[in-house]
Write a protein that binds this ligand. Structure first.
Ligand SMILES: *Cc1c(COP(=O)(O)O)cnc(C)c1O
Length: 431
């Protein structure tokens, strides 16, 4: 269906963009959910739950078969032995976030990892007690930081600094983050922020924030839930102390998938950094001496933050996804993402009489895949209407629709179709 909305390009143009893009979509490697009539959904929810990479099923089946065939011997004899399964991600994980091998491990879930890392890197002492974060923030992050303060006997009302957008603005001015860091000065213990904001899609200047935090004498960590697999990063070179992310959003590893964690070399190799310990963080050579060893010998890498033996079935799908990321590379994928999201923005902003505004910043270094669209008027009903037309996106009350074209599997044609639906629902209908 083509509807001629003045301002929008025609569908053939969008198809041409798909045909000509130097980084082809890998859509045929993913399972696209379908509508009741069998047609494909317009899936723009990869920022919430990525699609199933088709190869994931084989990786999961391999674990099931090895378990069936080998039982406990699978720890050593499985096709990918379970004892060292997490090491599969050592290099891939490092490439994903710009770390060095030994700085990235896949373990646990995101908020759990934040807790483990804050235990090591939020070390209030004397008058240096404060934690600094951004608002709006994902509720889990707020609860996490509040509870860390409470666990150390500190009142969140007094010790948690929240940097907010200015009145009437949707996103945070970077200079306000620097000002808050400087104001806190030597009372600041740790900065912990979302690298890409979940609600607005704003990308923060992680390198500059890290530098500013370090200048104030604080440690600096990032929640990369919306950044991993979305934007290229250089966590090692930026000197970031710690970071964590989930793998079910842009990383397509499935619901509740194993999460990721980064600890900079200079801490990871330092056995004096306190960490909550368990046997899987211990040197693998002495790990199985069990009751014979009562002294924890941390692996001199981030792997020493692992506590329990990891869920192999949860790690298997991540292999399929990271193989696809590796086959393209984060930089070419980001270039495609900028073209896709740029096209979607341009089309949305070409809709005459539109009753919405895009709150995600436009600058190339200030946004990732996602566009956040603030709707005027009754947004909830309008969103249901859009969903009824096959769009899978998400809605954050009171009136924000979040759409995220994922460069691995979304297309220009889909962006165009979405803009056309938005024109029909929220524009002056000129067809
Ligand atoms: C998705 C998301 C979470 C989810 O936390 P889990 O521990 O994976 O349930 C937390 N924080 C942010 C910023 C997120 O985007």
């Amino acid at each position: 269906m083509t509807t001629a909305h003045s301002g929008l390009v025609d569908e053939a143009h969008a198809r041409r963009l798909d045909a000509e893009d130097p980084v082809a979509s890998m859509r045929d490697q993913f399972a696209m959910p379908s509508r009741n009539d069998g047609s494909d959904c317009l899936y723009f929810c990869g920022n919430s739950l990525g699609l199933l990479p088709l190869a994931a099923t084989a990786h999961v089946n391999e674990v099931m078969e090895d378990w069936q065939r080998l039982a406990v011997a699978g720890h050593r004899d499985a096709r990918t032995p379970w004892y060292s399964y997490h090491e599969v991600f050592r290099d891939q994980g490092a490439r994903l976030v710009g770390g060095r091998p030994g700085e990235v491990v896949m373990m646990n879930s995101l908020t759990i990892n934040l807790h483990l890392l804050l235990t090591s890197f939020y070390r209030p002492e004397g008058s240096r007690t404060k934690l600094l974060m951004e608002m709006p923030a994902f509720p889990s992050d707020i609860y996490c930081l509040q509870s860390h303060l409470q666990a150390r006997g500190l009142d969140p009302d007094e010790h948690l600094i929240q940097v907010k957008p200015r009145d009437g603005e949707s996103t945070i001015a970077t200079e306000d983050i620097f000002a808050a860091i400087n104001d806190a000065g030597d009372t600041l213990a740790t900065v912990m922020m979302g690298g890409v904001n979940f609600l607005t899609g704003q990308v923060l200047d992680m390198a500059a924030i890290t530098e500013a935090g370090h200048r104030a004498g604080a440690t600096v960590g990032f929640d990369l839930a919306h950044a991993a697999g979305n934007i290229p990063m250089q966590l090692h070179d930026w000197n970031v102390d710690f970071a964590a992310w989930c793998s079910y959003k842009y990383l397509n590893a499935g619901p509740g998938a194993i999460a990721g964690a980064f600890v900079h070399d200079r801490h990871a190799s330092d056995a004096s950094v306190p960490r909550l310990a368990g046997w899987w963080g211990n040197d693998p050579d002495t790990r199985f001496r069990m009751h014979l060893e009562d002294r924890f010998v941390p692996v001199p890498t981030v792997e020493s933050w692992q506590i329990s033996n990891p869920p192999i079935l949860s790690m298997a799908p991540l292999r399929a996804s990271l193989e696809l990321f590796d086959s393209i590379g984060m930089d070419p994928l980001r270039a495609r993402s900028l073209r896709l999201t740029g096209f979607l923005r341009q089309q949305l902003e070409a809709v005459p009489g539109r009753r919405y505004r895009i709150t995600t910043p436009e600058g190339e270094h200030e946004h990732g895949c996602q566009l956040s669209i603030a709707i005027e008027g009754d947004a909830q009903q309008a969103f249901h209407d859009i969903e009824a037309m096959g769009v899978v996106a998400d809605f954050r009350p009171p009136g924000t629709i979040r759409v995220a074209p994922a460069p691995l599997y979304n297309t220009f044609e889909e962006c165009h179709r979405f803009a056309t639906l938005m024109a029909e629902s929220f524009g002056d209908s000129t067809s």
